[in-house]
Design a protein around this ligand. Structure first.
Ligand code: GTP
Ligand code: MG
Length: 419
């Protein structure tokens, strides 16, 4: 249930670290500010604190708590958001000290996902992640949820499910959602098997949120796709939550499926990664990963975060090509220590080159083989036609000569037909 009247809440953002330097903490807080913006929370102050050890009671030190309390009263603050995960006890103590709603980055990301999810699969996955998050923090969240804020970050979030706070009920829900997701997974598995049978290759677009994945998908679909709906591209963190796939063609060669999926971000809640198993399975099963790097905001830590998440979900065995986006906004080639292709989804520079690279990678091992099949063996002809790309076919009295694009390791059953 999305609340209609959109009240703007004012927030203080807080980062605490024992390791990060001030610059990195600031960057992380800037990103937290953008995340908050997406759920209509306006940031009034960004505070950071270094410490040798985190306080078990409130994460930050007593002095910082007092400073925040002062700012809350001075500027009429509604919510305090922490950049790092809070323990249930810290959450409870901070709320009672500060007397406003307190939550952490994970809760915020989960709320954004809940607001954006559209497909049944994504809705279930987000809901699973929220419930897993709740179960580990039930005690701490009780206070927070009893004081509901006005912003949409409470809309579809755990806020409306106060009654469900009963642990047993949440556990039951988790098991129901898991069963439903299992069903979807099986269905997807079937279509994936079909794709494998028909030799359809898949390419997954991955990258930090806002890197330009959906824009690249749209640009490629416009040029090489069948007429289909476009994917929402927006200057907003996490505009895409649901996986979308489109079929692309290139000249007379084979086609492939392009998959656009959820963006990555640092400190992505573990509950989300675990719950997005079904969605991320598409990435795990891809034949090629295009790792997109935002040309407008090149950041080594974004690249590392994306690589680390790929590893975490078990997709680090898949070939990767790096693609730097938004070249129309760059005056020079970015200097980074990896091989990359430079593209613009706006003026389409580099797009044909990218397509060539995709095809080289996907079909490099494929060969064009000519076979002669008699009319008595038409079942073989139909089998080949359903599984492989037929480049040309010529009929004559005895049968048909066909040229097939085929992976050489698949040739064994067809040896006697090869010319
Ligand atoms: N100038 C320019 N802007 C681009 C280009 N590609 C993407 N953008 C802009 O970058 C912003 C983010 O693009 P998206 O395609 O939504 O990014 P995404 O990676 O799908 O983001 P999420 O779905 O939020 O993870 C949008 O404002 C786009 O218009 C490009 O080639 N040139
Ligand atoms: Mg997107």
């Amino acid at each position: 249930m999305i609340q209609t009247q959109q009240k703007i809440d004012h927030a203080i953002l807080v980062a605490f670290s024992t390791q990060l330097n001030t610059h990195d903490m600031q960057r992380s807080l800037d990103e937290l500010e953008r995340l908050a913006e997406t759920v209509h929370i306006k940031t009034k102050h960004k505070l950071s604190q270094h410490g040798k050890v985190a306080s078990a009671r409130t994460l930050i030190g007593d002095g910082k708590v007092k400073e925040i309390k002062f700012l809350i009263e001075k500027d009429d603050i509604d919510v305090v958001i922490f950049d790092d995960e809070l323990t249930p006890a810290q959450l409870r103590n901070l709320e009672s000290d500060l007397n406003v709603q307190v939550f952490d980055r994970s809760f915020l990301i989960l709320s954004i996902f809940a607001e954006r999810a559209q497909t049944k699969e994504a809705v279930l996955e987000v809901s699973l992640a929220q419930k897993r998050y709740m179960i580990s923090r039930l005690i701490g969240m009780r206070a927070s949820l009893s004081r509901q804020g006005g912003g949409s970050y409470n809309a579809k979030g755990p806020g409306e499910t106060k009654l469900e706070l009963d642990r047993r009920k949440v556990l039951e829900d988790i098991s129901t959602i898991k069963t439903q997701l299992k069903k979807i997974k099986t269905e997807k598995e079937t279509s994936r098997k079909q794709r494998k049978y028909t030799q359809t290759k898949t390419v997954a677009l991955v990258g930090y949120t806002n890197a330009g994945k959906s824009s690249l998908m749209n640009a490629l679909v416009k040029q090489y796709g069948l007429k289909e709906h476009e994917t929402l591209e927006k200057d907003m963190l996490f505009s895409t939550i649901d996986t979308k796939s489109k079929r692309l063609h290139f000249d007379n060669q084979r086609d492939f499926l392009l998959i656009d999926t959820v963006g990555f971000i640092s400190k992505l809640p573990t509950e989300l990664i675990n719950s997005f198993e079904t969605t991320l399975e598409d990435v795990k099963q891809a034949d090629l990963i295009l790792h997109l790097i935002d040309g407008k905001d090149i950041s080594l830590s974004h690249i590392q975060t994306t690589t680390a998440i790929l590893k975490k979900i078990g997709a680090d065995h898949i070939p990767v090509r790096y693609v730097v986006t938004k070249s129309d906004m760059l005056s020079d080639f970015p200097i980074i220590d990896i091989d990359y292709l430079l593209v613009s989804s706006h003026n389409l520079t580099g797009i044909p080159q990218l397509m060539s690279v995709i095809f080289e990678t996907l079909y490099q091992s494929f060969e064009n083989v000519t076979m002669s099949i008699s009319y008595d063996d038409m079942s073989v002809y139909h089998k080949l036609k359903s599984r492989y790309k037929i480049i040309s076919e010529k009929y004559h009295e005895m049968g048909v000569d066909i040229k097939v694009s085929i992976d050489p390791t698949h040739l064994k059953p067809y040896q006697k037909y090869i010319k």
